[in-house]
Design a protein around this ligand. Structure first.
Ligand SMILES: [Zn+2]
Length: 369
């Protein structure tokens, strides 16, 4: 028996897509959302991302009750996602073993479409539904970086994008920053070290004063790259280092970044080397407490559906990081995939089908907030 959400997932997976090349996917989804009664617009993210071809899709289904809920999923996928041949096998959807399946995140996209379809078919009164189908999520959560949050009325939402079985709710994820160090010393013959300033020594001195690895329960740091090119018979005048830092606590991340800049200034003074210490905060962390609407709604939804809820802390970034940063309180939701970003990616058929029911119930329960 044909199940609409399964058919639609397979149809979407067969559309060749990768981050920055989402044009065909966005066009197909625009048509689907309009057919479901939504007003749809595409934002100008395509012009703000290098080599971008499509923007984020923002769709609105007007409601008949109070309230507004945001539902989000990303439409791009990692590399090796062209020519996907999805197949249903033993209660799971898999690729043919040569590509990813793109259940990350088309299972989320298909669940949102299915939830809208169910709500429309039931004729139930519902709140305003805002849908965000983002581009370029897999390349540093870039699509939502360029999103205009003012276009949303929703104060809370749900990002359907997390590996794991249905029932899993991500109440948090780490924020991330990249750190860059460029040291300029003074070159001299190795036999006359007094005449030079070693960039290598200054870089190592700085790193020795900074934490690395696990800093605390909520913060990790990885100085992954350190290079000082040049011959061994000369004092090195150039050294570079890079790191990334992740933390569940935006204040702790900021404290480390400040400590990095301060320590670099200190080492510059002590050694005479020029130390350029800079950083970029890629996205902030988020944490949604259990008494907030997104978690209370999921408790009601899963209890209605007879699915055990499992609230967990996430690690890496997703669109929910940015949406929370914009003041829209969002949790992450699993839709039943695992092994994502590999050719062994698997989507549980039962979870996919139930994800559509989950979205329907989220929409209905969001009216009560
Ligand atoms: Zn994803």
């Amino acid at each position: 028996m044909a199940v609409p959400i399964v058919e639609e997932f397979i149809e979407l997976a067969e559309i060749d897509t990768v981050s920055r090349q989402e044009r065909a996917m966005v066009d197909a989804l625009k048509g689907k959302l309009e057919a479901l009664g939504c007003t749809v617009r595409e934002d100008d993210t395509a012009s703000k991302v290098d080599d971008g071809t499509a923007g984020n899709l923002i769709a609105v289904l007007e409601g008949q009750t109070e309230g507004s809920v945001l539902l989000a999923a990303h439409v791009d996928r990692v590399q090796n996602g062209f020519g996907i041949k999805p197949q249903v096998r033993d209660g799971k959807i898999v690729s043919d073993g040569t590509t990813v399946l793109a259940a990350d995140d088309l299972s989320g996209v298909a669940a949102i479409l299915d939830g809208l379809r169910r709500v429309q078919a039931s004729g139930a009164r519902h709140p305003r539904v805002e849908v965000l189908f983002s581009v370029c999520e897999e390349i540093g959560v870039q699509g939502t970086l360029h999103l205009d949050p003012a276009q949303f009325q929703s104060k809370f939402g749900f990002v359907l994008d997390s590996p794991g079985r249905i029932g899993k709710v991500l109440d948090s994820a780490m924020g991330k920053a990249e750190l860059f160090l460029e040291v300029t010393g003074k070159s001299a013959h190795a036999a006359y070290p007094e005449l030079g300033v070693s960039a290598t020594r200054a870089a190592v001195l700085l790193l020795s004063r900074l934490g690395d690895g696990r800093i605390d329960d909520e913060t990790v740091l990885n100085w992954s790259y350190l290079v000082a090119p040049g011959p061994c018979n000369a004092i090195p005048d150039k050294a570079s280092a890079k790191a990334f830092a992740m933390s569940r606590d935006n204040d702790k991340l900021a404290a480390y970044l400040n400590a990095f800049v301060d320590a670099a200034a200190q080492v510059a003074e002590e050694t005479g080397a020029k130390m350029d210490a800079s950083y970029v905060v890629n996205y902030p962390s988020f944490y949604v407490p259990s008494d907030r609407p997104p978690i209370r709604i999921m408790e009601r939804v899963f209890s209605k559906l007879g699915i055990p809820i499992s609230v967990q802390h996430g690690a890496g970034g997703l669109d929910a990081n940015r949406l929370n940063g914009y003041g829209i309180e969002c949790v992450g939701l699993a839709t039943g995939y695992s092994g994502n970003h590999t050719v062994n990616e698997v989507l549980e058929l039962e979870d996919l089908i139930r994800s559509g029911e989950m979205v329907e119930q989220i929409i209905l329960e969001s009216a009560a907030v």
